[in-house]
Design a protein around this ligand. Structure first.
Ligand SMILES: Cc1cc2nc3c(=O)[nH]c(=O)nc-3n(C[C@H](O)[C@H](O)[C@H](O)COP(=O)(O)OP(=O)(O)OC[C@H]3O[C@@H](n4cnc5c(N)ncnc54)[C@H](O)[C@@H]3O)c2cc1C
Ligand code: SF4
Length: 324
């Protein structure tokens, strides 16, 4: 373990404007929220900022409220607050289930929505101590020249492994982002890029301010495959939102995490609407998932098992929501 934490300096802005100004003034600084991901990475030497900009004192980031026809979730709202919220449990079930499945109670009390959405990507060759990575000549994501997972390629395949993003994607989330160029609102899907080394589409100095969800989303659910039932990242996580119209599906959205370098909405589900759920449709859902997930050898669990599990969870949740 390195002594990287000893040399850190901390700035504590009291507003979003101050945070944006601090990020602009110190381009090499990192924003820290709960620190449950970033501080682990700093201690392992994979991130080495001299200065942290702490979001803990920015009250505006902690808003959790209904505003007209939207639920607003500030980026500084904790995972525990999401998991414990009665409105979220009843109307945004996938989000409550995803939040409750994140890490352990202590992490959930500190960890935030913004930190979860902007979580670094993960790989067995990257989430290691400094001496382990040095002994293995590092890798493309950090200090090295080769990817140990796909040595002939020139991109990093580390997997995005946050639990909230797929739930928010199927629920139709948009995010507000603030930066030196002002504020902008984008669909959550546009935050992500399929590249394990640079998976966020944030411009320099930008931070996520809040998430907006529609007030009346379709019924939804989230499940994840993990090694340990108590505290573990998703090796494949699936969220489904489904609305019925009589005997037919009116709308179906499926999103995945843990299999690719970004969380993503499954393409092709619009074509399944206006049909009843039957074995043929479940087969089509299975095929769509298996075609679009790209699990690589970034975890100790086999890639093919993660592919099959993702498809199986998607089929199961779709069937359960249709029958509910
Ligand atoms: C043992 C263990 C188990 C875990 N298990 C899980 C799990 O099962 N599922 C899961 O999803 N996560 C898991 N985590 C990771 C982590 O605890 C959570 O993802 C948590 O929500 C991260 O939030 P944070 O506020 O602590 O992030 P931080 O560590 O503060 O930040 C993470 C990253 O996000 C950036 N960031 C933070 N806020 C913003 C913002 N508003 N705008 C832009 N960038 C921002 C930071 O700069 C940093 O790069 C686990 C962690 C540990 C240590
Ligand atoms: S996928 Fe390759 S480049 Fe990315 S972290 Fe793993 S070994 Fe490194």
């Amino acid at each position: 373990m390195t002594d990287a934490l000893h040399s850190l300096r901390l700035l504590q802005p009291g507003s979003i404007d101050e945070a944006v100004a601090a990020l602009a003034q110190h381009p090499d600084a990192r924003l820290v929220a709960g620190g449950t991901d970033l501080l682990v990475n700093i201690r392992r030497g994979v991130r080495q900022p001299d200065l942290l900009i702490d979001a803990a004192n920015i009250a505006e980031l902690k808003q959790l409220s209904v505003d007209g026809d939207a639920l607003i979730i500030g980026a500084g709202v904790t995972i525990a607050a999401l998991a414990d919220d009665a409105l979220i449990a009843s109307r945004y079930r996938a989000l409550a289930q995803a939040a409750a499945s994140i890490a352990g109670p202590g992490h959930r009390r500190l960890g935030t929505v913004g930190g979860n959405l902007c979580l670094d990507t993960r790989c067995i060759y990257y989430n290691q101590s400094e001496w382990w990575r040095r002994a293995n000549a590092y890798c493309l994501k950090n200090h090295g020249e080769t990817c140990h997972v796909a040595p002939k390629g020139n991109r990093c395949h580390a997997a995005f492994s946050g639990d909230l993003a797929p739930a928010l994607l199927v629920l139709g989330a948009e995010i507000d982002v603030a930066g030196p160029g002002g504020s902008r609102r984008i669909p959550l899907a546009e935050l992500y890029v399929e590249d394990g080394k640079a998976h966020l589409a944030l411009k320099p100095g930008e931070l996520v301010v809040k998430v907006r969800l529609p007030a009346n989303p379709a019924a939804s659910a989230y499940q994840k495959l993990r090694v340990r039932g108590a505290v573990d990242y998703p090796l494949a996580g699936v969220a489904v939102a489904l609305a019925r119209s009589g005997a037919d599906i009116a709308q179906l959205r499926i999103a995945l995490t843990g299999t690719n370098s970004r969380p993503f909405l499954l393409a092709g589900t619009d074509a399944l609407a206006q049909r009843p759920l039957d074995d043929q449709m479940l087969k089509e859902i299975d095929q769509l998932v298996q075609q679009q997930v790209q699990p690589m050898r970034t975890t100790l669990m086999s890639s093919n098992y993660r592919r099959l599990a993702a498809a199986a969870i998607a089929r199961r949740l779709t069937g359960e929501l249709f029958a509910a």
